[in-house]
Design a protein around this ligand. Sequence first.
Ligand code: NAP
Length: 314
Amino acid sequence: MTKAMVLGATGHIGAHVVRALLGRGHEVRAAYRSEKYLSVLEGLPVERVKVNLDRPEELREALRGCSWVFHAAGYYPSNRPSRAEAIRAGIESARRDLEEIRRAGPERVVFTSSAATFIESNSIYTAVKIAMEQEALRAAGAGLPVVIVNPSLCIGEYDAHAFSGRSVLAFAKYRLGWYTSTSFNVVYTGDVGVGHVRAAEAGRVGERYLLAGQNISLKEFGTLACRELGLPPPRWKIPLAAVYLAACGVELFAAVTGREPLFTREEARRIRVGYRLDGSKVVRELGTPQTPPAEAIRRAVEWFKQQGYLKESP
Ligand SMILES: NC(=O)c1ccc[n+]([C@@H]2O[C@H](COP(=O)([O-])OP(=O)(O)OC[C@H]3O[C@@H](n4cnc5c(N)ncnc54)[C@H](OP(=O)(O)O)[C@@H]3O)[C@@H](O)[C@H]2O)c1
């Protein structure tokens, strides 16, 4: 039995990592920042410890006695900072956390990056995740036993922040009756949790492991989500040219108001191209499960319903 620290244990991915560790008989110290989301750990036999990563002394104290560290509390640019600011914040936070972890001398570190680093894109999110991943690779080169995992779009239960779950909730909230011709990759978060633990057990130091599930079109995804939500499936196909025109409008508005655009032509181009990922290396090398998207969406919707996220929907 190994004692494992999970940073971001109240997060969507962290909550599944905690469960996967317990399922394999490990001891868990679960780090949370805000009490608001502690309910995702309710009833679990874990040690809870409050850690704000912006206060390195809290992390230092919390890491004592843990052989494994799972870092699923990485920075992501949620409040639309400028590109340069976001990259700087990502690099500084990754460097600071990894240095603190190095000092604690763990046997294994699993660093949660993103499948975005496998996809050609010019988005701020991708740029931040690439910069942070470089920090982790640099730390591995300098002797930290870190393995990197790269989840694609995670769908499942315990998504209290609704970071990726908003892609499902949007169908209920906005009654999205439309779709456009694009595709992406969806992975069940439970499989991602297991992937993290397998990466600690059997992953190679300095290696990146793509935790991807199934490639799916937006129409299929929307149809599955709407079925679970009790809504009619998306019916109207929006031409990609209209999506591109909308991005032009948003960028123009942003230029006039001096703000970061909420949606860019680059993102519109990405929608046109879509992306497909192949997660078979991890299935082969680490033996992770592959739950179908329909089941991932079913579990996510059931959880969102139980937690009251869908009160106003039918
Ligand atoms: N979800 C996805 O589809 C997906 C896919 C690929 C990669 N990722 C990456 O995986 C990581 C985790 O994603 P997630 O979906 O699990 O996010 P999430 O649900 O928003 O959870 C983030 C967790 O990190 C904690 N946290 C964030 N900043 C912190 C800080 N400064 N100090 C201490 N704790 C902090 C949060 O604490 P609070 O509860 O207090 O907020 C929460 O527990 C992110 O870096 C994300 O970019 C996510």
